[in-house]
Each structure stands twice: as structure tokens, then as C-alpha cells.
Write a protein that binds this ligand. Structure first.
Ligand SMILES: Nc1ncnc2c1ncn2[C@@H]1O[C@H](COP(=O)(O)OP(=O)(O)O)[C@@H](O)[C@H]1O
Ligand SMILES: [Mg+2]
Length: 290
């Protein structure tokens, strides 16, 4: 873990649903997020992994302040996010961008790429450097899209290309933290790898932090700096990527890892090596099948 102050720090986040009760229930609150604490750093990727329903998206919404927590705090650059208003809230809305799983449903189908990519700036009444057309074209180039297609609509692009439009739109406001909520999960494996490479190279250029949410550990292994494992609303384990993958401490993490396809021989070799040294010191087997 880096020793500088975190870009974003969530502390003791709790989100309960249904506390008010409905026509059919007395309203026993359901804790979707239960005492979650996370740190996100500039230039690093914190992966949040866990099975469907474990509370990952709710955590993302709380961090981005798209939803109010039942308890807990989110600090961004040292400031309490829940206390932001006016200009400070506006700039937080640019600083933190979210990319969702389904690009077609998060991009208005009636808007061209140019409108989609420049909308956040237009909305904030900011001047667009070089004008909307040139700005859009240069962003399209940066995300690997043909800049000649800036007048096209989302439905005219493939899934991977549409997700690149979403990435371009996020980049347009120069974010400091980009939250990818299953952003590559719906893509074919080969397209997935290309989009992950793009996300990595953009991070190298821009230095922003990622909160990268995925249920697929094979994807996480390609991009994470650190990994937080979530189960039933709680973080059960956090560690550096290599530590989580080669020496998981929690049973739930081991179960998740058992389902990962082996596509990286180098990593496999390291994992086997790690297991051999564990066995050599006589420790209990951790249940990874070498
Ligand atoms: N707006 C909501 N109202 C009620 N329950 C919700 C709401 N959003 C999420 N949940 C519930 O909270 C739990 C966690 O959901 P979510 O954060 O979407 O998990 P994940 O992203 O890990 O699949 C699930 O049981 C889900 O049904
Ligand atoms: Mg989700």
C-alpha cells in the first residue's frame, strides 16, 4: 500500500434498504453494505470483487455520492463528501466518474458521440478546448475510435466501441477517480482484454485512480494494484494483488479463486511456487489446487 494520503477514503460505510417498511413488510432493514472501509490512491487500481449481490455496486454509488449512506463517511482529497455543496459538489461530480456495465443503456441513444462526450462540459458551462468537434475527435483518438465517426449514434457501434465512448465521456472532464462498475463484464474476452489495456494506458498517462468492480477474477488479475474481497455486504479480505491471488487468507477468497480459469502461465507458476514454500514451512494447506 502506498504511504501517501489517499485520494478517496471510505470509512465504516453502511447502506440499509427497506428500513421504512413497505405495504407488505414491517421493514426489517436489509444491510446491503455493512461497515465497509476502503482507500483509493492516485495512479492505483483498487479492485472490488465478490459474487453478485454482495454489495459492490451499492458501495460504488456511495463512494460517488449517487446515494446517501445510512452510516459512515467518504472523504475525497481529505474533504467529507457528504458536506459538499455548490461549486465544491460540482467539481466532485467531475472528479469522480462512473462507467457502468451496459454502455448502450448509459449512453442516450438519441445523442451523437460529439453530444455525449461534450455534454458534461456543456452542462457545466465550461469552454470546450479547441471547440466541440476537435475536442471530440481528439478524445475518440485517445480511446481508439475512428474520429471520423463523431456524428454517429451509440447503436452504430459494437459493445466494445460503445464502452470506449463511455470512457471518452469520462475522460472529457479530467477525472481523478474513475469507478468502473463491471465495465468490461459484458464484453467478449478478446475485446475485454483490449479495453483493459486501454484503461491501463490511460491511467499511466493521466494518473487517476480506479475503483474497479468485477466479479471475474481473471479480469481483476490484469488490472488490480490491490484487491478488496466483498461478501454479503462486508469486506472479508484486502491485500496487494499478488498476495490475494497467491496467498489468500479467507475461505471466501479461496472459493472465488477456485473458479478462475488459468490463462496466465506465469501467474500459475508463481502461485504453485508460493504454495510449495507454504508447504515447506509446514503450514496448513490453503486449498489451492496446484
Ligand atoms: N435500491 C435498492 N433497493 C433495495 N435493495 C437494493 C437496492 N440496490 C441494491 N439492493 C440490494 O442490495 C444487495 C447488493 O446489491 P448490489 O450492490 O447491486 O450488489 P452487487 O453489485 O455486488 O451485485 C442486493 O441484495 C440487492 O438486491
Ligand atoms: Mg453490481
Amino acid at each position: 500500500m502506498s504511504d501517501t494520503a489517499p485520494l478517496c477514503r471510505a470509512t465504516g460505510l453502511v447502506k440499509e434498504f427497506g428500513a421504512g417498511g413497505t405495504m407488505f413488510s414491517r421493514g426489517t432493514p436489509f444491510r446491503a453494505v455493512d461497515d465497509v472501509s476502503l482507500e483509493m490512491h492516485r495512479g492505483e487500481t483498487l479492485a472490488l470483487v465478490g459474487e453478485s449481490g454482495s454489495g459492490k455496486s451499492t458501495t460504488a454509488r456511495l463512494v460517488a455520492r449517487l446515494m446517501e449512506p445510512t452510516a459512515g463517511t467518504v472523504e475525497f482529497e481529505g474533504r467529507d463528501v457528504t458536506a459538499l455543496s455548490g461549486r465544491a459538489l460540482h467539481s466532485f461530480r467531475s472528479d469522480v466518474q462512473v462507467i457502468f456495465q451496459d454502455p448502450y443503456s448509459s449512453l442516450n441513444p438519441r445523442h451523437s458521440v460529439e453530444t455525449l462526450v461534450t455534454a458534461p462540459l456543456v452542462y457545466q458551462k465550461r469552454t470546450i478546448p479547441g471547440g466541440a468537434r476537435a475536442f471530440t475527435r481528439s478524445l475518440m483518438e485517445r480511446v481508439g475510435l475512428d474520429p471520423a465517426h463523431s456524428d454517429r449514434y451509440p447503436s452504430q457501434f459494437s459493445g466494445g466501441q460503445a464502452q470506449r465512448i463511455g470512457i471518452a465521456r469520462a475522460l472529457a472532464v479530467k477525472p481523478k477517480l474513475v469507478i468502473c462498475d463491471e465495465a468490461v463484464s459484458a464484453l467478449d474476452v478478446s475485446v475485454q482484454a483490449q479495453v483493459i489495456n486501454l484503461l491501463r494506458s490511460l491511467q499511466t498517462d493521466e494518473g487517476f485512480g480506479y475503483l474497479f468492480i468485477a466479479h471475474d477474477l481473471a479480469v481483476v488479475r490484469q488490472i488490480a494494484t490491490r484487491v478488496a474481497v466483498m461478501s454479503q455486504g462486508r469486506i472479508v479480505e484486502t491485500g496487494d494483488r499478488d498476495q490475494i491471488f497467491s496467498n489468500p487468507q479467507h475461505d471466501y477468497t479461496r472459493t472465488l479463486l477456485a473458479a478462475v480459469p488459468r490463462i496466465d502461465p506465469e501467474w500459475d507458476a508463481r502461485r504453485r511456487e508460493a504454495q510449495r514454500s507454504r508447504e515447506a514451512v509446514g503450514r496448513e494447506s490453503v486449498g489451492v489446487d496446484a
